[in-house]
Design a binder for this molecule. Structure first.
Ligand code: FAD
Length: 295
């Protein structure tokens, strides 16, 4: 199908883009990599009157790294995948490497994926486990929202129609932290049926000082499993601890069913993904080079 006719505007600067969004409000939609917006427009599930193409705004396409990390919203999944991340940021590689296929990763952007808010999106859980936040700009000013508070429901966020995600801020991680993102999917390139991101801060004696556990693809929004996190703090991450943490994650979950898997299957797979993610984080802590990916 063809999209409904629309006006196409390519702003010269971020300020110009924000002016256009303020001017056109809900009639306008920003276009980044187009990997989600264009299919929606072709199916007429999105019918913007004005498309504001921010895709060539270089100010939004940089990664700044001075201890903490600022990832411009237009940085592509492929650019994240290609970067040589230090061990505490391996989650970023894990997340980028399992998104769609090469073509999607080459064009799709981190900011676009977050704004799209697909419950099966991979960046939500990864960035929540890293305690990341998004910088949001509008003609009215700038605000910062933790990724954990960005999603309000499936395909819904706190973003207003005149707002742009300009960057994603990832705070400095503990130098000895390790994590893993495990995506269980029917096949490579498909959306997940359950995904779990963990980031573990280790104590000197090899126990878990604290752990972030974020769950995706199983509920309408990705979420931090705070009961499991509290349970894991101070423990040795053995099979028994992983099993109890998995039980706590399952108890906090309201899973959905879709063509990829039933709610019951998702509940089971979340436990598998968590156990594998904790195992990979432990092996990485021991210095092993382990791929996380599809688990
Ligand atoms: C075949 C296929 C497979 C995929 N598989 C996966 C997968 O496995 N995992 C996964 O996570 N994703 C997957 N995706 C989605 C992919 O990650 C997209 O890149 C992403 O959803 C949208 O990013 P984009 O830059 O293309 O945004 P666009 O399509 O340009 O925009 C998406 C939405 O975000 C809005 N938007 C864009 N940028 C901004 C901004 N900076 N601020 C505010 N609003 C903005 C747009 O108006 C639109 O509503 C897949 C997509 C396809 C087509």
């Amino acid at each position: 199908m063809y999209p409904q006719p629309f006006e196409y505007v390519r702003p010269e600067s971020v300020g110009h883009a924000l002016e256009l969004l303020a001017q056109h409000g809900a009639d306008a939609r920003p276009l980044a990599g187009g990997q989600s917006l264009l299919p929606l427009m072709k199916q007429r599930l999105a019918t913007p009157r004005v498309v504001v193409d921010i895709g060539r705004l270089e100010d939004l396409a940089r990664v700044e790294d001075d201890g903490s990390l600022r990832i411009g919203s237009l940085v592509t999944h492929a650019a994240i995948e290609a970067r040589d991340w230090p061990a505490p940021l391996a989650l970023l590689y894990d997340g980028a490497s399992v998104i769609g296929d090469v073509q999607v990763r080459n064009l799709g952007t981190m900011g676009g994926a977050l704004a799209h808010a697909d419950p099966v999106g991979d960046w939500g859980p990864v960035l929540q486990a890293l305690d990341a936040s998004v910088r949001i700009g509008s003609a009215r000013g700038e605000r910062e929202v933790p990724v954990a508070e960005l999603f309000t429901d499936a395909f819904s966020t706190v973003l207003g129609p005149d707002e742009l995600i300009t960057a994603i801020d990832v705070p400095a991680q503990d130098a000895a932290a390790t994590g893993a993102y495990v995506k269980l999917a029917r096949r490579v390139g498909d959306a997940g049926v359950a995904t779990v991101a963990v980031q573990v801060r280790w104590a000197g004696d090899g126990t878990c000082a604290s752990a972030a556990v974020a769950v995706g693809a199983a509920a309408s929004v990705p979420f931090r499993a705070s009961e499991a996190e509290a349970f894991l703090a101070g423990r040795t991450l053995d099979e028994a601890a992983a099993g109890e943490a998995a039980r706590l994650v399952q108890a906090a979950l309201t899973p959905f069913s879709d063509v990829r898997g039933s709610a019951e299957y998702r509940r089971d797979m979340v436990a598998v993904a968590l156990t594998r993610a904790l195992g990979i984080a432990s092996r990485r802590h021991a210095g092993e080079r382990v791929e996380a990916g599809y688990g």
